[in-house]
Design a protein around this ligand. Structure first.
Ligand code: FES
Ligand SMILES: [Fe+2]
Length: 428
């Protein structure tokens, strides 16, 4: 459990909050690149870390992420016209460039220099892979760009989707670290999902429902190892990296693509989940990409034209009690992503961690909270740069590996846990 004040400390991410300041040290996903597909395309509303912003792509292909509201009288620039290297407010025609600078205030006298003094808050927006990243902290301290493997493999080897989750970011992240729920909640999917089925590791997962957890420190966060019994006294280890603040990777299964998530606070009661799948050595097949778009694997099936999953709170997640009874799904909800989201949203928008009863399989979550709190306080009190800011910390991978009982999971997996472009992942 956590004290109420610590729960608040770790779950609030607005400007000026300690965890909000932590998030502002990093490059974090702000949009998918597909949301701004061409120059002068329609602008997109973006709420992130409780700040309301507008994203646009100007006539020369520059990306902008600026305050949503016009400096004149507060109209939303979502109604604006993206044209001639800027976005023009629909009310009286003031125009801003991608840096937030007002470049025209046509309602003012011709010779007035007025607009030069008007500048909206603006953050950088940079395309790396299929994601547009922003860094909302001190521009003088901007870190190097993200080096996560999923945004650096060739484009045909990677796919990223996005979904809205109606819960605080931390309980969503904790689901990504807690792999003991997999053999329960996702048991149906392991056997039937086209992006999981057939792996030898699935048998180990389903045959041993009491994984033992061991956690090792990483430069950027943690490696959370879940140990299950394999044959001949050996152990099957599934190792999940967490790179601070909110990047996790699911251990791979067989030769299937490997996947993971980025959990980004929209505000304190909602988050965006960016979900990626990539294969380090080959292109994704058409069937794999189609399966991801259809909400298989760890992706969601979204309402067309939106990033809201079809299985959402308003429709009771399309609960199917018959499928539950037949054993096709353990909880009655279709798809791994929404199986997770439905349960995490059911805890309430910000779960009350003073009431929890944590057990041994929660070791990863406990260690992650401790590390997060330590980093938040060190930044707040002493200005210490947190783990995961250095791009070298991004070059990690998940792994699934069978080891003799005497071997340390972390020592024996050092190579397996390092992202190496063009080298296959270690998977069972
Ligand atoms: S409110 Fe935007 S130009 Fe007047
Ligand atoms: Fe899950």
């Amino acid at each position: 459990m956590l004290r109420a004040d610590i729960n608040e400390l770790l779950t609030q991410t607005g400007a000026g909050t300690p965890t909000g300041e932590l998030f502002r040290q990093y490059w974090i996903p702000a949009l998918l690149a597909e949301e701004l597909p061409e120059n002068d395309c329609p602008p997109v509303r973006v709420k992130i870390l409780s700040e309301r912003l507008i994203a646009f792509r100007d006539s020369e292909g520059r990306y902008g992420l600026i305050d949503e509201f016009c400096a004149h009288r507060g109209v939303s620039l979502w109604f604006g016209r993206v044209e001639e290297c800027g976005i023009r407010c629909a009310y009286h025609g003031w125009k801003y460039d991608v840096t937030g600078q007002c470049v025209e205030a046509p309602s003012e006298p011709d010779n007035s220099n007025f607009c030069r003094k008007v500048k909206l808050t603006a953050y950088p927006l940079v395309k790396v892979g299929d994601v547009l990243w922003t860094s909302m902290g001190d521009p003088e301290q901007q870190p190097g760009l993200p080096e996560f493997e999923f945004v650096h493999v060739p484009p045909e080897q990677t796919y990223t989707s996005k979904r809205w989750q109606e819960s605080n970011w931390l309980q969503a992240l904790e689901g990504g670290i807690d792999s003991s729920h997999v053999a329960w909640l996702h048991s149906g999917g392991l056997e039937s999902d086209p992006l999981f089925r057939g792996a030898k590791g699935n048998e180990y997962s389903l045959n041993d429902l009491r994984p033992f957890f061991e956690v090792a420190e990483a430069d950027g966060g943690l490696f959370v190892g879940a140990r299950r019994n394999a044959e001949d006294g050996k152990y099957y280890w599934r190792i999940t990296p967490w790179v601070m603040p909110s990047f996790t990777m699911v251990p791979p299964r067989g030769d299937h693509p490997v996947h993971g998530h980025f959990w980004v606070p929209i505000d304190d009661e909602n988050c965006w989940v960016y979900t990626f799948d990539y294969h380090p050595t080959r292109a994704l097949t058409e069937a794999e990409v189609q399966a991801m778009k259809d909400g298989h694997g760890v992706h969601s099936r979204n309402i067309p034209g939106t990033y809201r999953p079809q299985e959402n709170k308003d429709v009771d997640y399309l609960m199917d009690r018959e499928a539950q009874k037949r054993g096709e799904t353990f909880s009655g909800v279709r798809g791994i992503a929404q199986q997770d989201a439905s349960l995490q949203e059911s805890m309430g928008p910000i779960v009350d961690r003073t009431k929890e009863r944590l057990v041994s399989s929660d070791t990863g979550i406990i260690k992650a909270r401790q590390k997060l709190r330590k980093a938040v306080e060190a930044l707040r009190d002493d200005g210490v740069t947190p783990p995961g800011v250095d791009p070298a910390h991004h070059r990690v991978r998940s792994a699934a590996i069978v080891l003799p009982p005497e071997e340390s999971f972390i020592e024996s997996s050092r190579d397996a846990l390092a992202a190496r472009l063009g080298v296959a992942h270690t998977s069972v």
